[in-house]
Design a protein around this ligand. Sequence first.
Ligand code: ATP
Ligand code: MG
Length: 557
Amino acid sequence: MSEAPPRDFIRQIIHEDLESGKHSEIVTRFPPEPNGYLHVGHVSSICLNFGAAGETGGKTFLRFDDTNPGKESEEFVRAIERDVQWLGFSWDDRLTHASDYFDQLYDAAEKLIELGMAYVDSLSADEIREYRGTLTEPGRNSPHRTRSVEENLELFRRMRKGDFADGEHVLRAKIDMASPNINLRDPALYRIRHVHHQRTGDKWRIYPMYDFAHTLSDAFEGITHSLCTLEFEDHRPLYDWILDQMKPTSRPRQIEFSRLNLAYTITSKRKLSALIEAGVVTGWDDPRMPTIAGMRRRGYPATALRNFVMRGGVTKKDKLIEMAVLENSIREELGENAERRMAVLHPLKVVLTNYPEGQVEMMQAVNHPHRPELGTREMPFSRTIWIERDDFLEEAPRKFFRLKPGGEVRLRFGYIIRCDEVIKNDAGDVIELRCSYDPDTRSGTQTSNRKVKGTIHWVSVQHAVSADVRLYDRLFTIPDPTSAADLMDVVNPESLLEVTAMLEPSLQNFEIGQSVQFERLGYFCTDARDHSPDAPVINRIVTLRDSWAKIERQAMA
Ligand code: ATP
Ligand code: MG
């Protein structure tokens, strides 16, 4: 279930702006650059933008910031649309691109020139950098800063026509080369780039810079609150300067909030892309990736992701959130909704020597411990079963309540069994257990009142479905991978372990997209890319929390 969001400082401002009548309708936008797939950080921005507007009956644009042709692609555009929709948000007819406004942006630039607030500079990139000064030293005016309006207009028009090579000229705002804020030292507004654009083709030889395009796109769309992450705080004076010059009919307000960072992972499209290039993961939707596509394939429910970012809140303080917080949201959602099944990940064979050969009994198993309406299913029981390898210990400590030589354990929905004999191979590995079962202890119809401390799961060997199960662990070995000199040094070499598991036969019909709990092990789902009924491929979504596992074990005993 989605929760109602708490009123954070941004929602508070929005609320006040509605109360005071400053705005009658709230309009926000989510403005991704289509240069990669969206990640968990974007989830927080999406939920904030769509959430804060939607809760007040307002609306939200999905605007692609496509001002950087060459790095952007239609694949990314489609992936972003799919991800936003999957999260549960709708932009209706408000899907736009910065490139939709290239004509208007060009006109705005000419207007700035006419106002004497922009000029064409012909310094080289290196010279511009040198003239810019530093944090401690003011910049110097370019010798071209005093060009006449006419000369600027003529040069800018020729820039557009394609008369010049990349870097020969640049259009700059005329603000203040001595400003303590470097963003105000005559920032570039347009640059020459002879590059094909994925939407406008070869129409343009000049492209607007992000700050210019973003500010005015906000104004064109009637955005009331332009919500962005803290690194744009220093850009706000430029944002406001542009609005002051252009005097649009609707004036957006930029508000910054802190980025969401997740421990043991990274939230930067560029760095995620490097992981793919290095072959650390198989692609943007690898289930280990913190991308929305990866998390969806991994089996994270959209509701759980929304609840997760909601609980993180919206603040101005930088935060590194523990993976456990995300995982607890996932467990909470799946614990409530996922049916229980049995599977053995690391199978060890058990032969019940006193169970009749060829006999099969159908055991009743409940599908959910707290939701009887989800019903029951039958699990075939027979003479030879698989149990989890680590549910047996040859040299067990006293408090080990699973199987040990001479010890007893209950098989979930089955009988109490006793371990009589341990079979090993030449290398000394345990390869089979010979056990005997107590016919008077069948679950549900128990005729003896014998009790044992431990309960373990099992699957009948002759009925089992074998499956490729992928066990995921965190991608990095340290909480803040960005602190490493080289990201590759801190990649977890054991982030993926593949095992051939044995599943109960009802999982023969494991549906695509279905998530279940394998009792005592965690939550699992079919892999949307690789699974087929004939060759099941299953992802571990998340393990059971330790305390949770204990509670469940007690409930089962
Ligand atoms: P990346 O570094 O991954 O490319 P970005 O900020 O450049 O991130 P954009 O596509 O420009 O990516 O982001 C779209 C929106 O998402 C922006 O408004 C940005 O502020 C927001 N956003 C990006 N990363 C995070 C994050 N970690 N937490 C919250 N919001 C984020
Ligand atoms: Mg960016």
